[in-house]
Design a protein around this ligand. Structure first.
Ligand code: NAP
Length: 259
């Protein structure tokens, strides 16, 4: 895949540590010749994100970004654009729901828990897409992608309010694809099967979910972050020139099954 992103730049939001799906995407983009900027949510996570950046080739600028803070959204997008000389690709790999809202019944989700899950996991894509749009327009187009999960389409016990927020995220992808498409900006989602990351550990019953999925996938195997990164690279590149408004499943085929 060498050269697929030669001369392209990407802002990648959602690296927590080296096991993050976003870290695998950063590795794949860098190997394809892309120049990158990363973000970290707060000082607690800055060191781990810096380690991921240090392992990448070249100078990888880092920007603080809590996606609930409009000023930080502005600063991260403009900082990345200045540092890289523009942004061609935006990767959004951010999600959060309070543990208390994932433990019980979805029916008992609190008003505040519902709001926070949607703000961090879905609205943040809209907020970042709007900011990156003029920068991509100036470069003749671009590619925006986000990460979602089957719990948006089906009820997955334990995924609860996060599934409803992911449904909002997937709908946002389609509306953004329409709004930004006139300027040549593509917007897509990757629906990943279970990958063992920090966020996944916060989902109650993740292990049994992953085991059940492995037994029932057409390919009879787990996926890993590198599998997702391959599809992200495709979506970032000219290979996906006319692909937008799409949710692509990278789940060894599990979504196609009825049991
Ligand atoms: P991860 O390594 O824990 O990444 C999640 C990221 O979201 C972290 O960097 C986290 O930062 C960030 N985040 C949460 N709240 C934020 C905020 N307010 N502002 C900025 N960043 C914030 O886990 P991951 O599994 O790679 O998750 C990446 C994406 O893939 C998520 O959208 C997730 O839902 C999706 N996904 C994961 C799986 C899976 O099985 N792992 C499957 C399908 C989809 P902090 O930790 O510092 O808060």
């Amino acid at each position: 895949m060498t050269g697929l992103l030669e001369g392209r730049t990407a802002l990648i939001v959602g690296v927590l540590n080296k096991r993050s799906i976003a870290a695998a995407i950063a590795n794949a983009f860098a190997a394809a010749g892309g120049r990158l900027a990363l973000t970290y949510q707060n000082e607690r996570t800055q060191r781990d994100v810096a380690r991921v950046a240090d392992a990448l080739p070249g100078d990888v600028p880092l920007f603080p970004l809590d996606v609930t803070d409009d000023d930080q959204c502005d600063a991260a997008v403009h900082g990345a654009s200045e540092a890289l000389g523009g942004v061609d690709v935006l990767v959004h790999a951010v999600a959060f729901a309070a543990a208390s809202d994932l433990e019980g019944r979805f029916a008992d989700t609190s008003r505040e828990g519902f709001r926070v899950a949607h703000e961090v996991s879905a609205y943040s894509l809209v907020a970042l897409a709007r900011r990156v749009e003029p920068i991509m327009l100036a470069r003749g187009g671009g590619s925006i992608m986000t990460l979602t999960y089957l719990g948006a389409e089906r009820a997955v016990p334990g995924y609860n309010v996060m599934g409803v927020a992911k449904a909002s995220l997937e709908a946002s992808v389609r509306y953004l694809a329409w709004d930004l498409g006139a300027g040549g900006i593509r917007v897509n989602a990757i629906s990943a099967g279970p990958v063992r990351t920090a966020a996944a550990r916060g989902i109650p019953g993740f292990q049994s979910m992953a085991d059940a999925v492995t037994e029932r996938t057409p390919l009879r195997r787990e996926i890993d972050a590198a599998d997702v990164a391959g599809t992200a690279l495709y979506l970032a590149s000219d290979l996906a020139t006319n692909v937008t408004g799409e949710t692509l499943h990278v789940d060894a085929g599990y979504h196609a099954m009825g049991l």
